[in-house]
Design a protein around this ligand. Sequence first.
Ligand SMILES: [Zn+2]
Length: 677
Amino acid sequence: MTENPFFETWTTPFGLPPFERIRPEHFPPAFDRAMTEHNAEIAAITGSVVGPTFANTIEALERSGRLLDRVSRVFFNLDASNTNDALEAIARDYAPKLAQHHMQIVLDKGIFGRIDELHSRRETLELADDQLRLLERYHLRLVRSGALLRPEQKSRMAAIAERLAVLHTLFGQNVLHDERDWQLVLDEADLDGLPDFARAAAAQAAKDRGLGERWVVTLARSSAEPFLTFSSRRDLRRSLWEAWTARGTHQGANDNAPLIGEIVALRAEQARLLGYDNFAAYRLDDSMAKTADAVESLLLQVWSPAKDKARAELAELEEVARSEGLNEPIQPWDWRYYAEKVRQAHYDLDEAEVKPYFVLDNMVQAAFDTARRLFGVSFSERNDLPVYHPDVRVWEVRDSAGEHVGIFLHDNFARPSKRSGAWSSRYRDQQTLDGTVAPIVVNINNFLKGAPTLLSFDDALTLFHEFGHGLHGLLSRVRYRSQSGTAVRRDFVEFPSQIFEHWMSVPETLRRYARHHQTGQPIPEDLLRRLLAARTFNQGFATVEFTGSALLDLELHCRPSPQTLDLAQFEGEFLDRIGMPKEVGLRHRPAHFQHLFAGGGYAAGYYAYLWAEVLDADGFAAFTEAGDVFDPELAARLKAVYSSGDTRDPMELYRAFRGRDPKIEALLAQRGLTASQ
Ligand SMILES: [Zn+2]
C-alpha cells in the first residue's frame, strides 16, 4: 500500500490537499490516528500541573486536533461533492465515532473545570476583545453540550449525539439515492414547450447517462425546474413533480420517515436534559433571534401578505390556464408553467429570451469583479493545482497590494456523485495564531453543464449567494480558527451571502456581464428594464413556499415530546392549520428536508434566511440611498463584517456597518409585500 498522504506534510502549492493521491482507504487509518493524537493533546492540557491560563487552555485547545480537522475537512467535502460507495460506507462508520469523540472532549471534566475557572475570573485576565469573546463562547458551548449535567445525563447526551450522527448520515444518503435512482427519459415527441437551452441540457444529461439519442430530466433542481416551467406536457410535469416531492418517502431501505421521528424525539430529549422546554427553545437561545416567539413573529409578518399575494397570482394563473383550455384547478405541477405564461404576458418577459445572456463564465467574472470593486480582491486562475474532479476550477485570490489572500475552488456542475443544492465550504480556515494560515474555500453548485453553460436569473443569484459565503471565508482576518469567517451564529451567516446577491442584479453588473452567448452583445436595455421590472413577480409564491417550510421546521422542533410522530398526519394537519395554499406546495417536505435532517445545523434554523433577509435588504438599501452601489465608504464598513468572523456580536457588527438597527420595510418592498404593491 502506498503511503497515507494524511501522515505527511503537504508540499503542494498553498498546502492544498494532494487530491490525486488521496484514496478512500486512507481515511479510516487517518481518522483513527487523528483522534488518538487529539486525545493525547487534550490529556496534555488537563494533565498539566500548572493552573489554567488562557494560553495553556484556550489557545492550547485552538491548536489541538489539527490532523483531525485536516482529515475531516477533506473527507466531508469529498463525501458531499464527489462521493462513491466507499466514501459513503466510511461516512456511516465514522459519523458516530466522530460524534462520540467530540462529545468525550466537550464533556471532559478536566477541560470544563479549567475553562470554568478561567471564565469565572475572565474580567481579571486582561484579555483582548476577541479573546474574551472566545473564552465566553467556549464556556457557553460546553455548557450547552451538557458540561454541567450529572454523569448519567452526560452519558445520555453522548449517546444521543452518536445516534443523531448516524441518522443524519443515513438521511442524506437516502435522499441522494432517491435522486440518483430516478430519471425521466424522453423521446423527441415529449419535448413540447421546452426551449433550446432545456433541450440541450436534457440531451447532455442523456449522453452522460449513456442514453445517446434521447433526453433525460433529473431531480436536480436545475433540471427539474425548467421542465416544470416550460413543458406543455401536463402528464409529464405531474410525474416529475410527484417524483420530486416523493424523495425520501419511499417505503423500504431509503425511507426517511422513521428517521425523522427518531431525530426529532432525540433532539427534544437533548433539550429537556439541558433544561429547555423543546429543541427550538434550546437552539434559539444561542442565536440572534433568541426565542421561538421572535422567529414566529417574523415569519407571520410575511405569511399573511405573502398568501394574499400568492392568491392574486393564482387568479392570474387561472385566467391564462382557462384561456388555454385547462378546465381543472391549478395543481402544484402547473404553477411554474402558467406563471411563466403570465410573466410573458404581463412583463413581456420570456425566460428563454433571458437565459442566452447569462453565461456561467461571464457571471463568475461578474462575481469576481464585484468583489474587486467592493473589497479590493482579485482572482486569477491557476491550472497547475490539484483538484478532486476535472470540473473543478481553482483561483488564487490576492488583495489590492498583491498579497496572497487564499484559494478559491469552484465546482459548478451537477453530477450523480454530488448532493443536490448549492453550498460553500472550506478545506482550511483562515487564522493567525501561529503565523498566517490562508483560507481554502470551495463553492459547490449544481448547474447543468452546457456548451456554453447558461444560467437562469435565479441560478445566477445562487452563484452570487454562495460566492458571498466564500468571501466571508476568504476575507476573514481573525486570530483564532474557532472565530474564522463563517463561524458566526446561524441566523447571521446568511447576511454576507444574501447581501452579495444584490450586486448580481444591479444594472452596472448586467450591462457589463449579461452578454449573449453567441453574439457577445450586451443585454438590450429594453430587456434589462423588463427583467428588473419583473423582480417582484411570483414573489407571493416564492415567499409562501419558503415560509411554509420555515414554519414547519419551527413546529416540528417546538414539540415537547414527539415520541410518536406520524409524519404524514402531522404534515397534513400542519398544512391545514397554517392555511397553506395547496396549489403552491412546500419547497421542502420533511422527508427530503436536508437542511433539517441531513445534519443538525439548520434544525429550528431554516428561518435564518428570512431573518438575514431583513438585514440584507435593509443593508443594501444603504448603498442605494447613497446613490452608488459601490460607495467606497459603505463598502469598507461592509468589508469589516466579512473580516470579523465571530470576534464580535453580530448585531454590533451590523450596527457598525449600517449606523442603526435593521428595519423590516426594505424586505417587504423587495418581495413586493407592502400594501401599496
Ligand atoms: Zn447560504
